[in-house]
Design a protein around this ligand. Structure first.
Ligand code: C2E
Ligand code: CA
Ligand code: CA
Ligand code: CA
Length: 273
């Protein structure tokens, strides 16, 4: 038993080393990825649950790594967040999102990381961006997670109010996955709640899931918020959500994240028939 314990720890340690090495490598590669133009913003549609009309898109970052190919944001966003590289990267995302507004109808939702949100330059940079691009802030929705509110709740609420004052809408992302989602609804009037994919995917599986989803929808609706479900993959999920009063749906069933040029090709193709 002793020797197998030692083996485990050796394997564990070498696993940790591989992971750390991979992170270090990603961090090093990230440092010139922006200048090298290796990032792209994909757009995934959000549709009205009652009419199926596209209301807007979520901007999702893609990294075309020269050797590794496409690296998932689930892998590199945490690295960029830990190293601070998320600050210039997040600015780039917002700038791109503003530019894309010219090429689509509806809104664009942009994910804002906790570090980016708390950065002292976040508000000034956003104001400058609005002035420079002349976009209507009402067409931009900022998606934040509750981790933004955990550390410095009072300052976070001030920043949220400033953003609201500038005309942005604010969405609470990954709703239900945190520790005290309900208390955040009480403290800040979000425009939108995004029900996390894990609840949507459980709809057909876990017995309690439909009750939980219905309750989130009625709670949010009662508070005057728009309810969006993410990760909708099946027609059964879509029908359940629409019937339960969910306002908008997002997920592979309705459309995968794509480059804006592909979206436009689809529109031209549809018009050509
Ligand atoms: P998120 O904000 O929860 O975004 C939704 C994720 O679910 C996206 O993964 C999207 O591609 C994926 N998704 C959408 N529909 C479906 C579906 O039907 N089934 C499944 N299985 N997945 C679906 P993605 O693009 O890999 O992004 C992962 C996470 O990385 C995002 O989660 C977000 O937290 C972060 N992220 C992405 N882009 C940005 C960005 O520009 N800035 C920041 N700070 N974070 C970003
Ligand atoms: Ca999101
Ligand atoms: Ca999510
Ligand atoms: Ca998220």
């Amino acid at each position: 038993a002793k020797s197998s314990g030692r083996n485990c720890s050796v394997i564990f340690r070498s696993g940790m080393n591989d992971m750390l090495e991979r992170r270090r490598q990603l961090e090093a590669d990230l440092s010139d990825a922006l200048e090298q133009g290796q990032f792209e913003l994909f757009l995934q549609p959000r549709v009205d649950a009652a009419t199926a009309a596209i209301s807007g898109y979520e901007a999702l970052l893609r990294w075309h790594h020269p050797e590794r190919g496409m690296v998932s944001p689930a892998d590199f966003i945490p690295v960029a967040e830990a190293s601070g590289q998320i600050i210039p990267l997040g600015e780039w995302v917002l700038e791109q999102a503003c530019r894309l507004l010219d090429r689509i109808d509806g809104h664009i939702s942009v994910n804002v990381s906790p570090l980016q949100f708390r950065h002292p330059e976040f508000l000034p940079k956003l104001r400058a961006l609005l002035a420079r691009t002349g976009v209507q802030p009402g067409r931009i929705e900022l998606e934040i997670t509750e981790s933004v509110l955990i550390d410095d709740d009072q300052r976070a609420v001030l920043v949220l109010n400033e953003l609201k004052g500038l005309g942005f809408s604010i969405a609470l992302d990954d709703f239900g996955t945190g520790y005290s989602s309900l208390s955040y609804l009480n403290r800040y009037p979000f425009d939108t709640i995004k029900i996390d994919r894990s609840f949507v995917n459980n709809l057909g599986q876990a017995e309690n899931a439909p009750v939980i989803v219905r309750t989130i929808i009625s709670l949010g609706t009662g508070l005057g918020m728009k309810i969006v479900a993410e990760g909708v993959e099946t027609i059964e999920e879509a029908l359940f959500l629409a019937q339960a009063g969910c306002d908008e749906l997002q997920g592979y069933l309705l459309g995968r994240p794509k480059p804006v040029a592909d979206l436009q090709r689809e529109v031209s193709a549809a018009l050509a028939v």
